[in-house]
Design a protein around this ligand. Structure first.
Ligand code: DGP
Length: 141
């Protein structure tokens, strides 16, 4: 497995070098909207500590990020009045990973509605802005 590359896109988001629609942040964790959502409200949760994926992550990092994954999943279900929530996490190219900083996908789900293709089309910025606000409202409530 390759070493962690600090030039990856999520590391740039963490350093504030590129913009994102942030919905939650604490000392160890950041959550923001996925720009290629597989459904409305698709949110990513990442630890601030560097690791490529779950295979090289420090267990302490995992113990800090999972409660936030839960918090964001609960908020996403509420914010989008979803019937369920899919949580996905990919490790290495063979598994579908394309950004090499550990992240968890939180995708609100609706009865009978399939999710869209992984890392497919870019969403409109206005839609991401509105959905991020819905998430922030649910997280605050
Ligand atoms: P994966 O590494 O396969 O789990 O997928 C990476 C996800 O990150 C994919 O759903 C698309 C999303 N993504 C890619 N580039 C950016 C970006 O610059 N900003 C945001 N917010 N999401 C991104």
């Amino acid at each position: 497995m390759s070493a962690y590359d600090p030039g990856n896109i999520f590391a740039k988001i963490l350093r504030g070098e590129i913009p994102s629609h942030k919905v939650y942040e604490d000392e160890h964790t950041l959550a923001f909207m996925d720009v290629m959502p597989q459904g409305p409200g698709h949110t990513l949760v990442i630890p601030k500590a560097p690791s490529r994926n779950i295979l090289d992550a420090d267990p302490e990092t995992l113990s800090r990020v999972i409660p936030v994954v839960q918090k964001v999943a609960v908020a996403a279900k509420e914010a989008f009045e979803a019937d369920g929530v899919t949580v996905i996490q990919f490790n290495e190219p063979a598994a579908g990973q394309s950004v090499y900083h550990l992240h968890f996908h939180i995708i609100p789900r609706f009865e009978g509605v399939p999710i869209k293709r992984h890392a497919g089309a870019m969403e409109d910025q206005d839609v991401l802005t509105a959905n991020a606000q819905k998430m922030r409202d649910a997280l605050a409530g």
